[in-house]
Design a protein around this ligand. Structure first.
Ligand code: NAD
Ligand code: ZN
Length: 378
């Protein structure tokens, strides 16, 4: 490729500071170093975790950054020593790595690889690892990926090679939201056939959790959201009941307990709100109920009465749906191509990267499930 080994100048949406719109800028993307892959991003989703970094998180040192972590693209060039990827491969950059060598990768119990960039912090890569420069200033790579850019550089440990038949403007959703919710139900909660589940929050993550509960054979799936516009969509993914906490004066856990003769078998929190996390735990049946934290927040502590756990409930968390990233993503892509995993149904809006601020506003206002931005032509 003509660009291999050279700095690429391209367009990216830069978050210069918190709480401000992103700015379309020309950035410089350095060539990949040893073990790294430079990717032309074709399409990206906008996930709530991008909004969390921009508007909610307290890490004010995480700027300037290029956000976006739910993308798909094509390998432009590879750095020295890379044999697993070549120019033209279709890939999904991953916000958690899978080195296959560390003690966490060797254990079947977890996907928390310790070799990746995220070993130090979960939001941005270190400045030394970032390959982006804008106006003479180094720019951070959000969640190691930075898909709101025409080109990005990622370590090969955090790239999944996918089926060349996969449409990138759909499978980009497997870079975060859909794998996260689906896997939280299937891998982390380990939802059982015939069980009753409750999913709190019906964004793409929660809807994917509903889809996972259904795939695992749940017989009743109660979808909970304060935005009634989300209910029709939840039905498409397999929800059987809908509850709006705003319609009830009693605590939502009591409402669910009465609906289910003592509580649900599995509950998944897909909002990112510590009060909802507690509600989700308290909505589980004593004895065996399992509640999973999926929503993203690091601002406040969670609280619960110890007796909730003493009585036999289990409280767990799930990062990227518990999928070992390099193994799991190509399998989910295959699931989509085999029509076992839905993706098109999550996409409510299609826009271009230049419209990223409009996409962010839509999510803030609860008016979309996923907006897919086209970033570069294929
Ligand atoms: P989203 O904004 O599209 O959806 C959130 C939904 O929660 C909305 O439908 C909203 O109406 C609903 N909601 C808000 N308050 C509520 C309440 N009190 N009770 C019930 N519902 C409520 O977001 P998303 O992109 O689907 O992401 C969901 C969460 O998952 C976010 O916190 C995101 O950061 C997190 N996330 C976690 C991981 C992970 O690996 N654990 C990965 C991706 C995203
Ligand atoms: Zn995400």
């Amino acid at each position: 490729m003509a660009t291999a080994g050279k700095v690429i100048k391209c367009k990216a949406a830069v978050a210069w500071e918190p709480n401000k719109p992103l700015v379309m800028e020309e950035i410089e993307v350095a060539p990949p170093k040893a073990g790294e892959v430079r990717i032309k991003i074709v399409a990206t989703g906008v996930c709530h975790t991008d909004l969390y970094h921009l508007f909610e998180s307290m890490h004010k040192d995480g700027f300037p950054a290029v956000l976006g972590h739910e993308g798909a693209g094509i390998v432009e060039s590879v750095g020295p020593g890379v044999t697993e990827f070549k120019t033209g491969d279709k890939v999904i950059p991953l916000f958690i790595s899978q080195c296959r060598e560390c003690r966490f990768c060797k254990s079947p119990k977890t996907n928390q690889c310790e070799k990746g960039w995220a070993a130090e912090r979960y939001d941005v890569m270190s400045l030394e690892d970032s390959r982006f420069t804008c106006k003479g200033k180094k720019v951070l790579q959000f969640m190691g990926t930075s898909t709101f850019s025409e080109y990005t550089v990622v370590n090969q440990m955090a790239v999944a090679k996918i089926d060349p038949a996969a449409p990138l403007d759909k499978v980009c959703l497997l870079g975060c939201g859909v794998c996260t919710g689906y896997g939280a139900a299937v891998n982390t909660a380990k939802v059982e056939p015939g069980s009753t589940c409750a999913v709190f929050g019906l964004g793409a993550v929660g809807l994917a959790a509903v889809m996972g509960c259904k795939a695992a054979g749940a017989k009743r799936i109660i979808a909970v959201d304060i935005n009634p516009e989300k209910y029709e969509k939840a039905k498409v993914f397999g929800a059987t009941d809908f509850v709006n906490p705003k319609d009830h004066s009693k605590p939502i856990s009591q409402v669910l307990s009465e609906m289910t003769d003592g509580g649900v078998d599995f509950s998944l929190e897909c909002v990112g709100n510590v009060a909802v996390m507690r509600n989700a735990l308290e909505s589980c049946v004593k004895g065996w109920g399992v509640s999973v934290l999926v929503g993203w927040t690091d601002l406040y502590d969670i609280a619960a009465r110890p007796l909730q756990l003493i009585a036999g409930r289990t409280w767990k968390g799930s990062l990227f749906g518990g999928f070992k990233s390099k193994d799991g993503v190509p399998q989910m892509v295959k699931g989509y191509l085999d029509k076992k995993v839905k993706l098109d149904e999550f996409i409510t809006h299609n826009m271009t990267l230049a419209q990223v601020n409009d996409a962010i506003d839509l999510m803030k206002q609860g008016k979309c499930i996923r907006t897919v931005l086209s970033v570069s032509p294929q």
